[in-house]
Structure formats: C-alpha cells, structure tokens
Write a protein that binds this ligand. Structure first.
Ligand code: COA
Length: 195
C-alpha cells in the first residue's frame, strides 16, 4: 500500500504504511506496551523477539500482508491479513488488528480494517474469516460493526498465552458486505480519495 495520512476521531494524526523488516525494534516496543489483559489472547507470544522476527519474515511468502500505523515515530497499531496456503481456503483471508491502548476507541481499528479490506480485494479474497478468543470482546464488536456474523463457537478449543482453555469464535464476512459497512462508516471522513 501507499503511505497514507489519517486523522483519528480526536484529531490525532497517524501514518498508515506497510511494515518493513527494519521495523522490528519499533514493533517490539509496541508489543511490549500491550497490557497482559489484551496480549494474553493473541495468537502468538508477541513479547518474543524471535517469534516476531520470524513472522515479519513471512511477508516474503506473499501470503501475509502487514501494515502499521505510526504516530510521532512510534508504532501505535499493527494489522495483518493472512491468506491460507491450503487449496480449499484460497478464497479466504484472516485479519488481525492490534491497537495501542492510548489509541483505542478513536477509529484506528476501523482504519486498519479498511486497509486490510483493500489488500483482500487485491488478492481475490471473497470471504474474511476472523478467529477470535471469546474474551476478546472489542474484536468481536468491531467485527459485528463491520457486518461479520458469528459462524461457530468451539468450546475450550484454544489455549490463551497463560495456558488456560478458551472458547474459540469464528466470524465471517462476505467481502461485498464489508465494503458496504466500511463505506457507510467512513461517509463522514475525507477518505474517498483513497479508493
Ligand atoms: C479490537 C481493537 C483492535 C479495536 O481497535 P480500536 O481502534 O479501539 O477500534 P475502533 O475505535 O475503530 O472501534 C470500532 C468499534 O469496535 C468496537 N470496540 C472497540 N473497542 C471496544 C471495547 N473496548 N469494548 C467494546 N467494543 C469495542 C466498537 O463497536 C467500536 O465502535 P464505536 O467506537 O463506534 O462504539 C482493539 O481493542 C485492540 O487492539 N484489542 C486488543 C487486541 C485484540 O484483541 N485484537 C483482535 C485480534 S484479531
């Protein structure tokens, strides 16, 4: 994606751009600032530099797209769209978004989701599949707001970073429906130029 300047609901300005391999230090700083109550439910342990470095390396596969939002040189949000290598899931993309605590509830999660949507379109994704642990209420709400529907809930299917079993929620959204919701949400914003 091209670097974009965005304005949050409270007037804060951020830059949204692709993640680069040399962002590792900034990304670690961002991840270490995430409170345990949020971090514990993430897919991988983002406090481990080796794990984060390995995942940045996956960008080269062309199946994982990573973007970040920056404010005054610091990363304040991280977004990913993962495309499966499995033949039968070729039409699917899995989004992941993390926003720094001080930047939450300002529309940044929606901005990152919008960019992941554009990436999905470019890569012929037809269905967005969000995989969330049940305690991730904000993530379920942002998905609901975007028109996702809960498809399944699997009892004690995954373990959080503390090793505790958690219910696993699968929410999906047809790409066309997601566009309708994003267009509605951003109708008040001066962002039409981005399309
Ligand atoms: C989920 C997350 C990315 C949302 O980011 P955000 O920038 O706060 O989201 P937005 O400000 O764009 O909010 C969009 C909508 O999400 C929902 N939402 C966001 N934060 C919420 C919260 N704390 N509680 C309930 N709903 C919430 C609301 O519906 C909100 O719309 P509203 O503000 O008009 O009510 C953020 O809470 C986060 O990083 N959580 C921790 C990491 C995580 O769980 N990521 C998901 C893994 S896929």
């Amino acid at each position: 994606m091209k670097k974009k300047a965005e304005v949050l609901k409270d007037g804060t300005r951020v830059i949204v751009r692709n993640l680069h391999p040399d962002d590792l230090d900034s990304l670690m700083k961002f991840y270490r600032s995430i409170p345990d109550k949020d971090r514990i439910y993430l897919k991988v342990d983002v406090t481990k530099r080796k794990v984060v470095k390995q995942r940045i390396g996956l960008i080269e596969t062309g199946r994982i797209f990573r973007i970040v939002a920056e404010h005054e040189g610091d990363i304040v949000a991280d977004g990913a769209l993962e495309l499966t290598l499995e033949e039968w899931g070729k039409n699917q993309g899995e989004p992941r978004v993390i926003v720094a605590t001080d930047f939450q509830r300002k529309g940044l999660g929606m901005i990152v989701m919008r960019e992941l949507y554009f990436t999905a379109i470019k890569n012929n994704v037809e269905k967005i599949v969000a995989k969330i642990m049940k305690p991730q209420i904000a993530a379920q709400n942002i998905c609901r707001k975007l028109g996702f529907q809960q498809e399944a809930i699997m009892h004690d299917y995954v373990r959080d970073q503390a090793g505790k079993p958690q219910d696993f929620v699968i929410m999906t959204c047809d790409i066309k429906k997601l566009w309708d919701e994003l267009e509605y949400f951003y109708s008040d914003y001066d962002w039409q130029r981005c399309r």
